[in-house]
Design a protein around this ligand. Structure first.
Ligand SMILES: NC(=O)c1ccc[n+]([C@@H]2O[C@H](COP(=O)([O-])OP(=O)(O)OC[C@H]3O[C@@H](n4cnc5c(N)ncnc54)[C@H](O)[C@@H]3O)[C@@H](O)[C@H]2O)c1
Length: 293
């Protein structure tokens, strides 16, 4: 099966990045969001990122123009998916919203189309089960920022067939990413490791083991991470980390995944990281300033 046309649902952080790399790889892309201003914002971000590539000589003006010409914005779900070969969903991480959307997509998309979710944590099998094609349903987990990060984590649900896996591996390689194939489990491979690691750093801060900046420096230089765990936590969003930790405890029935009290307290205070201007660092000045706990 050859993929030519792709619908991307959601034009947010992940959706516009996915639309960008797919169009740049030569696929025809329809990017769907629920309001024109979100579609416009997604298109603006793609343009900005392509122009950055142009300035750094990573891409030519012709490639920029051709990439943009391959992306069409859309508001109507039926129009977005009616003649595509693949649907990649990047809408908010809310179970009911995803299940309702997949039911609709399943009714409108051609029978041969593959359905892929970019979810960070929600069960692929649960989403597949609301469609009439669970064997064509798969997890396609990109990383943020999509044009920069080199991995797609492919997640096989209970019913996903081998042909679907093969096609999604091919598409991921064509958009310039390496792939790992994992069986469905909470957090898949990357977040299963990352979330407990960040939580452990927060436990250490809570216990007074080190300051925020020393913990970040220790892990950055000692483990050669590109950024420390608390800086990364602020990027991901502390609300998201708490959501995933609670989901892990519920799914694994194992308290080793529990979130530190400090994380919960910060979320309750609204200090959820960069997007709120405050998390483990305060972003109100020119330079992020570490918080004291
Ligand atoms: N942000 C990350 O680092 C990251 C990394 C990997 C995976 N993810 C996953 O990607 C998904 C999207 O996350 P994001 O960070 O891009 O969120 P976001 O809030 O930036 O974007 C979501 C977009 O979806 C739109 N939307 C809402 N309902 C919709 C619908 N029914 N149809 C089409 N669009 C709709 C919203 O208007 C918004 O523009 C989530 O499942 C998230 O868990 C996020």
């Amino acid at each position: 099966m050859e993929i030519k046309k792709i619908a991307v649902l959601g034009a947010g952080q992940m959706g516009n990045g996915i639309a960008h790399v797919c169009a740049q790889a030569g696929y025809e892309v329809i990017m769907r969001d629920i309001e024109q201003r979100f579609v416009d914002k997604g298109m603006e971000t793609i343009k900005k990122n392509l122009e950055r590539g142009l300035k750094k000589d990573r891409i030519t003006q012709d490639e920029v123009d051709a990439t943009l010409a391959r992306i069409t914005g859309e508001l109507d779900l039926k129009a977005a998916v009616k003649d595509v070969d693949l649907v990649i969903e990047a809408i908010p991480e809310i179970v009911k919203l995803k299940l309702d959307t997949w039911r609709e997509v399943d009714n409108f998309a051609p029978e041969h189309a593959i359905l892929a979710s970019n979810t960070s944590s929600i069960s692929i099998t649960q989403m597949a089960a609301v469609t009439k094609r669970p064997e064509k349903f798969i997890g396609m987990h990109f990383f943020n920022p999509v044009p920069v990060m080199g991995l797609v984590e492919i997640i096989k649900g209970q019913a996903t067939d081998d042909e679907t896996v093969k096609v999604i591996e091919e598409v991921s390689h064509k958009v310039g990413k390496k792939t790992v194939l994992v069986n469905e489990a909470p957090g898949f491979a990357v977040n299963r490791l990352l979330v407990p690691a960040i939580n452990e750093a927060v436990f250490a801060i809570q216990e007074g083991v080190a300051t925020v900046e020393d913990m970040d420096l220790a892990i950055k230089l000692g483990l050669n991470w590109p950024m420390g765990p608390l800086t990364l936590a602020d990027f991901v969003g502390l609300d998201t980390l708490l959501y995933i930790s609670d989901y892990f405890v519920e799914e694994f029935k194992d308290s080793k995944y529990r979130a530190p009290a400090l994380l919960r307290k910060m979320v309750r205070a609204g200090w959820v990281g960069r997007k709120a201007g405050k998390g483990f660092y305060d972003y109100s000045g020119d330079e992020p300033k570490p918080m004291r706990f």
